[in-house]
Design a protein around this ligand. Structure first.
Ligand code: PEP
Ligand code: MN
Length: 456
């Protein structure tokens, strides 16, 4: 992308035409904005705002993901189902980063693998919906599509699909990312503070287990210090941000041409994934993301066919570039052992080594008797276990996990060592979208996954 004080790169018109070919294709899940004029204004504003991430970082992530694809690293991707403007506060962002750092330490300690840390953060503001509209008590309004599109309150004013929100999504992402960068490079992520990340949380088995692990890490560090080791590498950590590439009106104006190579990068996030509802092969999302250099993820649900996997590889990774393509399976605990082997097999002979990661959240949704969208912790863990089993049998690598989580003490998913029950949902359910693992459930999951990784 053009850097400050650098001459603007001359852009190959063919590259731009390729990039915009998506406008000729069906684009699922796009909002109907209330005003074309307001949309043009928002897009013009976004297109001249600075990139949020940089091409060099994106390239480095691609290398890291290639390591995970070949079994030499593990990807931890997590965050809210939908970020909100209201929750982009210092405390909440810090809690999420802290939770991811803690989980990464647990995973790294158990597996002796480098863990790639990635938030569903700083851009996860748009949601696909089953219906365009929502009706309550005879009143029909546009469905809530995430804060980048409209508000959650069920009023006409709030539900209006307002393009000015795209600009607010950009600014909220910028301030979130600024804090994330400060936390992860300014001393907060120093491995010598593993204890500090855990302060302020109640007594709990996962908590106690984390404390004893942190003590072991401290002892190892003291030992290394006594032996004269240098700790530069422990002071900061790489942290990447990702979101579902859903809204063309946001991601396209933030797509910039890299001044070094003349190639396009989506600069609204390091890693962009295509959702289960927008991965049509001849659709706009796959076409657009096939033209950019970022590493791309694709969600694969239980109806995915082997040929879909091969076609996606052809379209998104024609050059068979390590780290370029990640398949995020979200089958459901009851289906993964049956549906996934044929997909893993389909890759053989294509020359592609995709990174396989598990999203054990989206195939395990339930509605509780008292009317909450929830997930059972045991189902989540069972899907992760199935994912490891399938890879073991196929001789491939279970390369990462994709989790909806929060650093806060909410009650949205059932079970875990605190035995969250249906009644607790009535007190501490905060998500505007899908239910997230809370801080303790996230920690507990990472201990269980680290055991699986150590036996892999
Ligand atoms: C999500 O990740 O929040 C989501 C909508 O997932 P999927 O595309 O897998 O349904
Ligand atoms: Mn979700």
């Amino acid at each position: 992308m053009a850097r400050v004080n650098e001459p603007t790169v001359v852009v190959d018109p063919q590259v731009l035409a390729g990039l915009d070919n998506y406008v000729n294709l069906p684009a699922a899940q796009q909002p109907t904005w209330y005003s074309a004029e307001a949309l043009a204004v928002a897009k013009a504003q976004i297109s001249v705002l600075p990139p949020l991430v940089f091409a060099g970082e994106v390239d480095r992530l691609r290398d890291r993901l290639a390591q995970a694809a070949s079994g030499n690293a593990f990807l931890l991707q997590g965050g809210d189902c939908a970020e909100t403007f209201a929750d982009a506060t210092a405390d909440r962002i810090r809690n999420r980063v802290k939770t991811l750092l803690q989980m990464a330490v647990v995973l790294m300690y158990g597996s002796s693998l480098p863990v790639i840390k990635m938030g569903r953060m700083a851009g996860q503001f748009a949601k696909p919906r089953s219906n365009n509209d929502e009706t309550r008590d005879g009143v029909t309004l546009p469905a809530y599509r995430g804060d980048a599109v409209n508000g959650y309150d069920f009023t006409e004013a709030s539900r209006r699909n307002d393009p000015a929100r795209l600009v607010q999504a950009y600014h909220t992402s910028a301030s979130t990312l600024n804090l994330v960068r400060a936390f992860t490079t300014g001393g907060f992520a120093d491995l010598r503070s593993v204890h500090e990340w855990n302060r302020g949380f109640s007594e709990n088995p996962a908590n106690a287990r984390y404390e004893s692990l942190a003590k072991e890490i401290d002892r190892a560090i003291q030992f290394m210090a006594a032996a004269g080791a240098d700790f530069e590498g422990l002071k900061t950590t790489e942290f990447y941000v990702s979101h579902e590439g859903l809204l063309f009106d946001y991601d396209r104006p933030l797509t910039r041409i890299d001044s070094r190579t003349g190639t396009p990068y989506v600069t609204s996030g390091h890693f962009i994934w295509i959702g289960e509802r927008t991965r049509q092969l001849d659709g706009a999302h796959v076409d657009f993301l096939s033209k950019v250099r970022n590493p791309i993820g694709v969600k694969l649900g239980p109806t995915t066919q082997p040929q879909d996997v091969r076609d996606l590889i052809e379209k998104l990774d024609p050059n068979r570039e390590p780290g370029r393509l990640t398949f995020i399976t979200r089958m459901g605990a009851s289906k993964i052992r049956e549906e996934m082997p044929k997909l893993v097999e389909a890759v053989q002979g294509t020359g592609c080594t995709p990174l396989w990661i598990t999203d054990p959240m989206h195939g395990n949704g339930i509605t509780t008797k008292n009317g909450y969208k929830s997930r059972r912790f045991d189902d989540v863990m069972d899907e992760v276990r199935g994912f490891f089993e399938v890879h073991k049998a196929a001789g491939t690598f279970p390369g990462g996990i994709h989790i909806e989580l929060t650093g806060d003490d909410v009650a949205e998913c059932l079970g875990g060592s605190e035995s969250i029950d249906e009644a607790s949902l009535e007190e501490r359910y905060e998500s505007l979208c899908d239910p997230r693992l809370n801080h303790m459930q996230s920690l507990e999951l990472s201990f269980l996954v680290s055991e699986m990784l150590s036996k892999r």
